[in-house]
Design a protein around this ligand. Sequence first.
Ligand SMILES: [Zn+2]
Ligand SMILES: [Zn+2]
Length: 296
Amino acid sequence: MGSGSSRQNRAGNGLFGEGDTDPQFTPDMLQALAVQGQQQYNQRPARPAPIEHNRTTVRNHFALNKPSLKLVKAKDSDGHYRVTFEFANTQPCSVCIYFCAAEDLDSGGRPLDYAAKIALGKTAFSEGSSAQSYSTELPENKPVDFNTLDFSSDKTYDLVISLNSMSQDSNGRSLSSQTTYAKLSKVGGGSLEYKAQVTKQKIVVEGHENAYDVQEIFGIASNADEEDNECVVCMSEPRNTTVLPCRHMCLCHECAESLRKQTNRCPICRETVQSLLRINVDGSVEAEDQKSTSTS
Ligand SMILES: [Zn+2]
Ligand SMILES: [Zn+2]
C-alpha cells in the first residue's frame, strides 16, 4: 500500500445512482454517472497528491429494477416460467429478452446482436418515468419452457434483458439502451424451481462510443431532503462524496477533503480507500461533460 503509483483512468467505469435496497424508482435515480477518471486518493498525509477531476455525467433513460426481476412458474405446466420485472423509462422503449444468449459487441463494448436459444420481444412501451411492469404474459409472448434450455455453456448469458430506445441510427441500432444480465439457478436441491440473480447491468448512451457498466452507490438518498442524507462525519452537510472502491456515499466534500489527509479507511466499512468521487445528486444535470485537471 502507498506505492504512490498512479491509477489508470479507465473509460467504461460507470456509476449509477440506484439505491441498493430501495425498490422505489424516482426520475433522478435514472441519472447515471460515468466516471472516466477519479480523484486520486492521497495515501501520504504529509503532501497532497495531485488531484485529478475528469468526470463525465450521463443521463440514462432506462432502468430495470433489479430486485423486481423474478421468474414466476406458469400455472399448470412443468418447466414453464414467465419473466417479470419492473422498470422506469423516460423515453419510449422496447423490451427484448434473450435466454442462453451469446453477445456480439462492437469495439466500444456496445451490444450489436444476440444469438439466443430463445428470444422474446420486442414489446414497445411509451414513456413512463415511474415503475412500469413487464411480464411475458403480454400478448406477443409465451412462457419459456426451461426443459428446452441448456445453461451449461460459460460463453453465454442465462438471461439478457435489453431496454432499447425507439430512436435508432442509420444502421437500425438503438441510440441508447440498458442491458441487464442475470444468472439463473435452481432453488434448493432437487427442486425444479428457478430464480434469477442479476450479475451486471450496462448502459449505452447516445453520443458515447463506449458502453458503461452500471454500479450501485450505497447510501445515496432517493430524496435529497431526507434526514439520513447527512455526512456521517460532520452530521450536518449533505453527503455528496462516494468512497471507492466500496461505493459508500457517506461524506460531504469538506469532510472528504480532511479525511483523505488522516486515514485511508472508509468510515462505513473500513475498507481501504482508493479514490473519492464527488457526485451532485440534484437531478438537474441532463448531459454534462467536465474535464479539468489541477496539480498541486
Ligand atoms: Zn461532513
Ligand atoms: Zn465503505
